[in-house]
Write a new protein. Structure first.
Length: 346
């Protein structure tokens, strides 16, 4: 039952631009004072970035390498951070998710320093981790600050950046699902946060060819889009503007085939099919994804046709409280296969 009110939690500050990693010390100064800092970093963070982080902070941080986005790693970071003043997540998805949840549980400020732009977890109040009681993200708190160095992010593999475009474009169907839920169940719908999320999705739809060059200007646009969608979730007080049926499809594939594809890649493919169910221009979604170099067929991410069909028919069961087009349409195996084939996904 909708209580009729909700809390908006937003990042306090964002520093974005080329070379801003050198300003990290100043950026976190308010939280750190003279105290200790824990850095949760990815295992692949370039030594150049690590040196830059260490040089920017006033004293050497406790460095914890995050090996997986799971609860074991959250416990490790929490163990190191009990007497520190804040946690900084430096890396792609895993370290930001793990650092965010560890900070949330310890009531510490969290700073996000993304080294790639593969999904909107860099700014959202959600953490996506294995070992929770659910295969989708859990509510934590948004980062207090996000420091996005475009030089660093632009040197991330193109596959990660294309995946970020997939997560952005997915807001198109997420918002459609939210509107549908509002009509059917009377759930709260926030048109402001919905518009904000759609604006980011439209960046990909309208500018896919330029965006796909992933030069510094495009990367900055992508990162700003991802930050905005995380903020949209903060304003909505839920992941609704960012995550609908296409995310349920992606989460179901996570269960069936955990190692196949990146989050944004699976969401992008899901968006093509959910767009068709919503009767919006799915061909445009597909060509935008192709233009940025993101996969549009299940085989490109090593997912078998049968898995796509199973995910389409069962995705709505993993989160029954989230009403989407998949709750309304309840696809049979036959109609799921037809949908996937007609959109070129299988
Ligand atoms: Zn997402």
């Amino acid at each position: 039952m909708d209580p009729g009110y909700h809390l908006m939690e937003l990042p306090t500050k964002v520093l974005i631009g080329e070379g801003v990693i050198t300003k990290l010390g100043d950026f976190v100064k308010d939280s750190v004072g003279g105290g200790m800092v824990v850095v949760a970093s990815g295992t692949n963070v370039a030594s150049k970035v690590r040196r830059a982080v260490e040089a920017a902070l006033p004293q050497e941080p406790i460095w914890v390498e995050v090996t997986a986005a799971d609860i074991k790693n959250v416990d490790r970071v929490m163990g190191e951070a009990v007497s520190s003043r804040c946690i900084i997540g430096v890396g792609g998805g895993k370290s930001v998710d793990v650092g965010k949840l560890a900070a949330f549980r310890l009531h510490l400020p969290f700073y996000s320093v993304p080294t790639s732009a593969s999904h909107d977890g860099i700014s959202s109040p959600f953490a996506s981790l294995r070992g929770l009681d659910r295969p989708y993200s859990m509510m934590a708190k948004p980062p207090v600050g996000i420091l996005a160095d475009i030089d660093v992010i632009a040197s991330a593999p193109r596959r990660l950046l294309a995946s970020g475009c997939g997560d952005l474009v997915s807001k198109l169907t997420a918002v459609k699902d939210w509107e549908l839920a509002h009509t059917v169940t009377g759930e709260y719908f926030g048109s402001y946060s919905a518009s904000l999320a759609l604006m980011s999705a439209n960046t990909v739809l309208n500018r896919s060819k330029t965006l796909g060059s992933f030069d510094k200007e495009s990367v900055r646009e992508l990162v700003e889009g991802l930050i905005s969608t995380g903020v949209a979730a903060g304003i909505a007080g839920s992941s609704r503007p960012c995550s609908g049926s296409e995310h349920l499809f992606s989460h179901y594939l996570d269960v069936l085939s955990p190692e196949s594809g990146l989050h944004g890649e699976k969401c992008g493919i899901g968006t093509i099919m959910m767009a068709k169910l919503h009767r919006i221009d799915w061909r445009r979604v597909r060509s935008a994804l192709k233009n940025v170099g993101a996969p549009v067929e299940a085989a490109q991410i090593g997912v078998e046709d049968s898995m796509v069909i199973e995910a389409l028919t069962k995705a709505s069961t993993i989160r029954p409280d989230r009403y989407t087009i998949l709750s309304k349409r309840k696809l049979s195996r036959k109609s799921a296969a037809l949908l996937a084939k007609s959109t070129g996904v299988i």
